[in-house]
Write a protein that binds this ligand. Structure first.
Ligand SMILES: Cc1cc2nc3c(=O)[nH]c(=O)nc-3n(C[C@H](O)[C@H](O)[C@H](O)COP(=O)(O)OP(=O)(O)OC[C@H]3O[C@@H](n4cnc5c(N)ncnc54)[C@H](O)[C@@H]3O)c2cc1C
Length: 387
């Protein structure tokens, strides 16, 4: 009998296997890599080899034939072991989903196997310095040039460009009849002439970096365009629900990691007569975090279940709410974990303070908490649009 509100035995086993694999690496290994300016390629390739990286992509292209719920579970368990991989959100979940849905047969065969085994990672670039949250204002433009395209523009905060072979770039093309710009997606090789990426110094302790991207007269073949030139935003939106579900899982995983460390410390550290966890002032905030994390996980699983069942509208509301709840739960869990550790909470040895920034990023990216509140106010409550 299936028990409502719990994941299938298969999904739970997937979680156990991923946790076991990531546990071999662990937080210390991950932060050492980050501080040494090195990459976590071994882990990336190992999850690829085990079939977890492309678990959501159809089997004929090297994937596992599963859903977003599966890849979200992988993402969460990695983070819960202290190895959060942002590129999982981007490469298999956003780019993999869009190419699976809208790519030609030839494009799928060319790009999906590398996304699945980790040898052909794909970054995703929509954010621009001047447009920011208002992605309708992006100005990266593709103009026709013979059979192909010439791309020009600027992108910012693009994750993992140095680890990617290609970037799925959101640009615009000019409508021949109206002259209006319409959104389009292009796969741009990171070694293309005219493509340059400069890393942005961030305060996040992670081997995965963010980049400013300069695209100057980059020539692309005709088949760099993914999807229909007139397909518009619908094609882009195909990647957004997976993005939010994955971002939520990234946050709940980090939150679980922080809470686990805090609870362990609270049981061991004695300064008066009993362990500090015996004081309700220490225990209650951690209990609160446990509740908030479980609520966020439940909403994330609901969003994934709706998405995998093909209910894009229902999944949209749930994915936004999950992402919001998960980011809030993670920020609070990290803060409480630091407090529980006292002075140790801000040492490099205990590695708790780094989680403050890592979890904080979840309130900003890939979509800010304010934009989620705007979405819920408008779509769930029917309030007027405010912007
Ligand atoms: C770690 C990290 C990784 C990232 N990776 C990628 C990536 O791989 N690819 C990519 O394309 N982008 C990436 N981004 C960019 C990210 O998606 C943006 O930072 C985010 O969408 C916010 O845009 P912005 O930074 O320009 O903020 P702004 O748009 O300048 O917003 C600033 C503030 O104003 C608020 N605000 C703006 N408009 C409104 C409004 N109408 N109502 C209420 N509040 C509003 C925002 O919520 C925010 O708090 C990443 C960012 C980070 C931090």
């Amino acid at each position: 009998m299936t028990v409502a509100f719990s994941e299938t035995e298969e999904r739970q086993e997937l979680r156990r296997q991923v946790a076991k694999l990531a546990g071999k690496y662990g937080r210390e290994w991950f932060t050492q890599k980050a501080r040494a300016g090195e990459k976590t390629t071994e882990l990336w390739l190992e999850i690829g080899k085990n079939g977890y990286l492309g678990i959501n992509i159809p089997e004929q292209y090297g994937g596992g034939g599963g859903g977003i719920g599966d890849i979200a579970a992988v993402c969460e368990e990695l983070a819960a072991q202290g190895c959060p991989l942002l590129l999982m959100v981007v490469s298999p979940a956003i780019c993999g989903t869009i190419i699976t849905r809208y790519g030609t047969e030839e494009q799928k065969q060319r790009w999906l196997p590398g996304i699945c085994d980790g040898t052909g990672t794909m970054a995703f670039a929509i954010t621009e310095p001047d447009a920011g949250t208002n992605t309708h204002n992006i100005t990266t433009t593709a103009r026709r040039d013979g059979d192909g395209w010439v791309l020009n523009g600027r992108k910012i905060y693009i994750s993992g460009v140095d680890e990617a072979d290609n970037v799925l770039v959101v640009a615009r093309t000019e409508d021949a009849k109206t002259g209006k710009l319409k959104p389009c997606l292009f796969v741009v090789p990171t070694d293309a002439e005219g493509f340059e990426a400069r890393s942005i110094p961030m305060e996040i302790v992670s081997p995965e970096l963010q980049f400013q991207v300069f695209i100057d007269d980059v020539r692309l073949p005709a088949d760099a365009l993914v999807g229909d030139e007139d397909g518009g935003l619908v094609q882009l939106f195909a990647g957004l629900n997976p993005e939010r579900i994955m971002a939520a899982s990234f946050s709940t995983g980090l939150a679980r990691f922080a809470l686990d460390k805090a609870a362990t410390y609270a049981k061991e550290r004695v300064v008066f007569k009993d362990a500090i966890g015996s004081h309700q002032a220490v225990a209650h905030p951690l209990a609160q975090s446990h509740i908030e994390i479980e609520m966020a996980r439940l909403m994330t699983q609901k969003a994934a279940a709706l998405y995998d069942a093909g209910d894009d509208m229902g999944a949209g509301e749930a994915a936004n709410m999950a992402k919001y709840a998960a980011a809030e739960a993670a920020c609070d869990a990290a803060d409480r974990a630091v407090q529980t550790h006292g002075g140790n909470g801000i040492t490099q040895e205990y590695g708790m303070a780094g989680l403050l920034v890592a979890t904080r990023a979840g309130r900003i990216a890939p979509v800010s908490r304010e934009m989620i509140l705007n979405f819920v106010a408008m779509h769930s409550l029917g309030l007027p649009k405010s912007y």
